[in-house]
Design a protein around this ligand. Structure first.
Ligand code: PHE
Length: 405
């Protein structure tokens, strides 16, 4: 049911069996909320950029360079292979990412550019941009969001400058050892510990810069295919631990094949919407896409460090509609969630799978979803919602091959 090709900014991507980008997603490409003056996403982006510009200088100039204008259209190689993502990794599934075809996709993380920038000779940089993922539908998930990635590489001299007597210290083991919980095969323990310390102290300072000096933070172990060891940073916010970023020591194979074999480095990646929702008290992720002046006007500040607490105009009532159908064999829940976005747009606040039923004699599986509709700026009538919901029922039958109940 997708066109023969998808045309974006003058380039045509021929469709194949991998194509799964609906028009509603394509329309978001180029909105560039992270580059829009006074938008909350760009305010947080600026705070992070300023933190790195102001705190990391070499002979008076910033060490980090910023890339915030790279096209979100990338190859699968950039998004996955360059980062050593295994061929059977779940993030490669058609149900999880948006594909133009089997060679091109909308990036699922800004890490997709890491290897290219390393290959171009950079050793300290930030990547900022829009990323695209198929996911569930609720107040904190949206198929487009924004990320910041950071990378810092060190030569042996740079890493050991602060060590008084670096004789005998090296980035690498003389003979390749084993991969351990706290280091890769090729790295020396002293190098890894120094890079880990630099990474963690940098990100702790960033967290305190964003959330205030008093905010409580903790590190938890994590896994990413492109870093080892890896961690996540959590911040205590309103008595709950909130995961804010992933990071780790870059897999040496990425540096080696990227032409930086004699360096060691760290990388991190964080999501801007999640930070902005906490920092500005924004209750629903759809608001970032709103053109409503009641929303946008609250962020018209010249200094991005200004404290802002969003004041919601009172919420308009919900309209709730259920839909039940028998699912076909190759059905994926994310196919339905995408369809709801396509048909209902930003009127859809949440979709819940409320019931699953297996018919023992017909050996068929049925799903029931509850779709919650709510307009951010006015009251929806049940009659208007019924029109959309009926449309959704028809499209589900047509596009997904489900049998309505
Ligand atoms: N790309 C990862 C994500 O989207 C974050 C990450 C970036 C983790 C760089 C480690 C290093 O979740």
């Amino acid at each position: 049911h997708f066109r023969e090709s998808i045309v974006l900014k003058g380039t045509s991507y021929p469709s194949d069996s991998w194509t799964n980008i609906p028009p509603s997603i394509l329309q978001k490409v180029g909105r560039d909320l992270h580059n829009r003056k006074h938008h909350p996403i760009s305010l947080i982006k600026l705070r992070i950029k300023n933190f790195f510009y102001n705190n990391f200088l070499r002979r008076g100039s910033p060490i980090f360079s910023v890339y915030d204008n790279l096209s979100p259209v990338v190859t699968l190689k950039q998004n996955f292979d360059n980062l050593l993502v295994p061929v059977d990794h779940p993030s490669r599934a058609q149900s999880d990412s948006y594909y133009f075809n089997r060679s091109h996709m909308l990036r699922a993380h800004t890490t997709a550019h890491q290897k290219d920038l390393i290959m171009s000779g950079l050793n300290s940089f930030l990547i900022m941009g829009d990323v695209y993922r198929r996911d569930t539908v609720d107040a904190s998930h949206y198929p487009v969001f924004h990320q910041v990635d950071g990378v810092r590489l060190f030569t042996q001299e740079e890493l050991f400058t602060s060590v008084r007597d670096p004789i005998g210290l090296s980035l690498f083991e003389k003979t390749v050892g084993e991969r351990l919980q706290d280091k890769q095969e090729v790295h020396s323990l002293e190098a890894v510990k120094l890079v880990e310390h630099d990474l963690k102290s940098t990100l702790e300072r960033l967290a305190h810069h964003l959330f205030g000096k008093e905010s409580e933070i903790q590190w938890v172990d994590a896994y990413f295919p492109f870093t080892h060891p890896s961690w996540e940073l959590e911040i205590k916010y309103q008595d709950k631990w909130l995961e804010v970023l992933g990071c780790g020591i870059i897999e040496q194979e990425i540096l080696r094949s990227g032409g930086a074999a004699n360096q060691i480095g760290w990388a991190f990646g964080l999501g801007l919407e999640r930070l902005a929702m906490k920092l500005y008290n924004i209750p629903d992720i759809r608001l970032f896409w709103s053109e409503n002046p009641d929303f946008l006007s609250q962020f018209q500040v010249d200094d991005p460090e200004t404290l802002i607490t969003y004041k919601a105009t009172s919420k308009y009532p919900q309209c709730i509609c259920d839909i039940s159908f028998w699912i076909p064999d190759n059905y994926k829940e994310n196919d339905f969630y995408d369809l709801v976005r396509t048909v209902g747009g930003d009127l859809v606040e949440k979709v819940d799978l409320v019931d699953k039923f297996f018919h023992p004699t017909h050996r068929r599986q049925s799903h029931c979803y509850r779709v919650i509709y709510r307009h951010m700026e006015k009251t929806l009538t049940q009659a208007a919602v019924n029109v959309i919901h009926n449309n959704l029922r028809q499209e589900a039958a047509k596009e997904l091959g489900v049998e309505l109940r």
